[in-house]
Design a protein around this ligand. Structure first.
Ligand code: GRF
Length: 202
């Protein structure tokens, strides 16, 4: 199996996926890192790790469809089977999502369905929740609403700030995302009729 990681920024989840995929028994190879931003810090980190990179600058494309056609062509030319969104900050059209249905996953820094969208740590603190965390889910057209593959929970502790909470969550993101990618690439977790079906425990 060949996976692509789509990024827009620093790419710390990308690094954790690249490192995990080096294990001999990992069911996928990270075959491409694609960024929509030429200045994404993660691009350098991917190159250092010896992974093929590609920039599809959304600003260089007149429409969202045009941008996504270019991404789709790049993914096809690298014979990609699975897409991992990892801090990829573009909303995908229904066309792209449907084309890659069941083969695209995202990591989101909250316990979905709570706190879809941005600013999740700030909103968690505002709501006074005592547990928070991260979610890996299949991507569906509605933002951050896809079927859940895996979650990790962290406590919210007195005195937490957005930064301290984010730091606690990202540690779990880096563990969770490789586990979830393993599950989908080896066929343990599949999207069937809009639900995640697990063929065995993990
Ligand atoms: C992570 O918190 C991820 O959950 C969210 O965007 C952030 C990306 O961070 N989707 P990084 O680029 O992986 O370091």
């Amino acid at each position: 199996r060949r996976a692509a990681i789509l990024i827009s920024g620093r790419g710390s989840n990308m690094v954790s996926l690249i490192e995990a995929a080096r294990a001999e028994d990992f069911p996928a190879e990270i075959a491409l890192v694609l960024s929509n931003r030429p200045d994404a810090a993660g691009l350098e980190r991917a190159k250092e790790a010896g992974i093929a990179t590609c920039v599809i600058d959304h600003k260089a494309h007149p429409t969202r469809e045009d941008f996504e056609q270019a991404m789709d062509a790049a993914l096809a030319s690298h014979a990609i089977d699975f897409i991992c969104l990892a801090g990829f900050m573009r909303v995908l059209t229904d066309w792209f999502v449907e084309r890659w249905a069941g083969r695209t996953v995202n990591i989101h820094p909250s316990l979905l369905p709570l706190f879809r969208g941005t600013q999740t740590h700030r909103r968690a603190l505002e709501e006074g929740v005592l547990v928070h965390g991260c979610t890996v889910h299949f991507v569906v057209p509605e933002l951050d609403a896809g079927p859940i593959i895996a979650q990790a929970v962290v406590p919210v502790v007195p005195g937490d700030t957005q930064e301290s909470l984010a730091a606690r969550v990202i540690v779990q993101e880096h563990k969770l995302y490789p586990k979830a990618l393993r599950l989908i690439c080896d066929g343990t977790a599949r999207l069937e009729n809009g639900r995640v079906v697990f063929s065995r425990g993990w």
